[in-house]
Design a protein around this ligand. Structure first.
Ligand SMILES: NC(=O)C1=CN([C@@H]2O[C@H](COP(=O)(O)OP(=O)(O)OC[C@H]3O[C@@H](n4cnc5c(N)ncnc54)[C@H](O)[C@@H]3O)[C@@H](O)[C@H]2O)[C@@H](O)CC1
Ligand SMILES: [K+]
Length: 519
């Protein structure tokens, strides 16, 4: 599990070490970690180290100092390093060490930002040490002009020749929110010191951070609660419940699905297909006869009826995908939510959520739907406000409703009513296509059904019992994202093909789990 701690908690953990006179040692560890990552990137990228060129962007604080000390180490390995000082103030000792090692520096306020940006765009590596955890608000003034010029000249990440390494975080992102106001240097890699910060896992900050590499600088964070967590493959694998020789179809998990309508029949087929590919004992489909026929064309193993929730004994429910303008589907959604069983509530069923439910109710809105859900409860937040700070509003919705809230977006945020947050960045942008959400809900439903009566699941993934459903939702997002990335290797994603990839991802996870058990 990747755990992110708030900027305030990281500073609090540093406090005793700084009081003990170890502040400089911490900084040297951070700088060394940054240097090691840059060295690896130069080598792996085939650029070599000796004779390579680097630009260090150094702001006024300790973040700039980390970057300058990393620059000093690069100079000693034969890298030509230019330090661009982005503020009037600079950490004097680190600049002194950098200059003594043969580096040159230039002040951004006395120079032409376009010319410096051109130089940086042609360098092998740019180290972004403008702002760290002490930053507030986006980049301003000269630094902002420089970054805009660099982005214009170098082009977007992935196409530009310079590698960008963010020191602790991409300068200017909200440390705890991932909020981005103004221009930003998208990093190829972010080297985080001591722990990841929440902004590296959330919203636009997660997109800007690129790959996150956490360097141990000896901080003890055991007394602090992670602000955001990300499940890694090993965590998702640990959560899964594998069938045993004693299992039968009812004990493996039965998922009731009330999805699809005359208007959107396909959503039902996609949700059922995804649930079956994730693995469970049985899918009971409830909905109109013509939708059931479509479901059966693809998946004859689904057991279909036009009956009620009470008649279809299940361990968990999935309600809402494609269920629009259909009175019977609305009633089934309300009954499933009231059943007390784990229930995934998507799309058309979201308006059926009563004022207060429990965390076993997993809501899966996108930003627009969350805006409607909050508005119905007196909280005013439009779509763009939610997209700017997804964690804030997902938490708000979870606290207000008592449900587990999975907010879809380019990073998926899951909030438990306890305040626990997960963020998953596994998805491929190719997944943003019609029907994608229906497959996610199918995966979530299958996980909910297989884990509904599994008392050991929360402990296996290392969360409190009350946060189990948030972990399940995060695991579903991870599986969906992984499947999407695998599918995208073949070209643009056709959602109806996704079950093949879901099955392959599950096989990989079960193998990981088997290997972990024998080790
Ligand atoms: N505290 C410690 O012991 C350690 C801190 N480390 C580094 O120190 C960083 C935090 O250092 P600081 O607290 O000095 O903070 P920063 O390096 O983020 O600098 C903050 C300073 O920048 C200015 N500033 C804030 N917002 C600005 C804006 N939007 N535009 C322009 N200037 C702005 C302010 O004057 C503020 O004092 C971490 O991110 C990490 O890189 C590491 O060296 C490890 C040890
Ligand atoms: K930075």
């Amino acid at each position: 599990m990747l755990s992110a701690f708030s900027g305030g908690d990281v500073r609090a953990a540093e406090g005793p070490l700084i009081d003990a006179g170890l502040g400089d040692a911490l900084m040297q560890k951070a700088a060394h970690g940054l240097f090691t990552v840059v060295l690896g990137m130069l080598r792996d990228g085939g650029r070599g180290v000796y004779g390579a060129t680097a630009v260090v962007l150094a702001g006024s604080g300790n973040n700039g100092a980390d970057a300058l000390y990393a620059g000093e180490r690069l100079l000693r390995r034969g890298v030509a390093v230019l330090a661009v000082l982005t503020s009037e103030r600079v950490h004097a000792a680190s600049l002194g060490a950098f200059l003594r090692a043969g580096g040159t520096s230039v002040r951004l306020d006395g120079a032409d930002p376009g010319a410096l940006a051109l130089h940086a765009a042609g360098a092998d590596v740019v180290i972004d040490g403008i702002l760290g955890t002490g930053g507030s608000g986006g980049l301003r003034g000269h630094a902002s002009a420089f970054v805009e010029a660099f982005n214009d000249l170098a082009g977007p990440r992935g196409t530009r020749s310079a590698l960008v390494v963010a020191c602790d975080l991409p300068s200017g992102i909200g440390v705890d929110t991932g909020r981005v106001d103004g221009p930003l240097l998208d990093a190829d890699v972010t080297v985080a010191f001591g722990a990841a910060k929440p902004g590296l896992l959330l919203g636009a900050g997660a997109l800007a951070a690129g790959e996150v590499d956490v360097v141990d600088i000896g901080l003890d964070l055991a007394a602090f609660t992670p602000a955001v967590r990300t499940l890694l493959d090993a965590d998702v694998a640990a959560l899964l419940r594998a069938p045993t020789p004693h299992d039968h179809k009812y004990s493996r998990g039965v998922l009731g699905i009330a999805a699809g309508s005359a208007r959107y029949p396909g959503a039902a087929a996609l949700a059922v297909g995804a649930a079956l590919a994730t693995g469970l004992g049985m899918v009971r489909y409830l909905g109109p006869g013509e939708v059931a026929s479509l479901v059966h064309q693809r998946n004859p193993e689904a057991v279909a009826s036009t009956g009620s929730v009470d008649e279809a004994r299940s361990q968990a429910w999935l309600v809402g995908p494609g269920a629009v303008d259909d009175h019977d589907q609305r009633r089934r959604a309300a009954d499933a939510i009231a059943s007390g069983l784990p229930v995934v509530v998507d799309a058309g069923a979201l308006p059926e959520v009563p004022e207060r439910v429990g965390p076993q109710v997993i809501l899966t809105p996108h930003a627009g739907e969350l805006s409607g859900l909050l508005a119905a409860r007196g909280v005013d937040a439009d779509r763009s406000a939610i997209e700017a700070e997804p964690a804030l509003f997902a938490l708000r919705a979870a606290e207000t409703t008592g449900a587990t809230v999975l907010l879809k977006g380019f990073t998926t945020v899951v909030a438990a009513p306890s305040g626990t947050l997960f963020a998953q960045t596994d998805a491929s942008p190719w997944l943003s296509t019609a029907g994608s959400g229906d497959t996610l809900s199918g995966i979530l439903g299958a996980l909910a059904a297989t884990l509904a009566e599994d008392d050991g699941a929360a402990a296996r993934v290392g969360v409190a019992d009350e946060d189990l459903w948030a972990a399940v939702a995060a695991a579903g997002a991870a599986i969906h994202g992984r499947a999407g990335r695998r599918a995208a290797l073949r070209g643009p994603i056709v959602v109806s093909d996704l079950p093949t990839d879901i099955g392959a991802v599950m096989a990989h996870l079960y193998e990981e789990r088997r290997l972990a058990a024998v080790m």
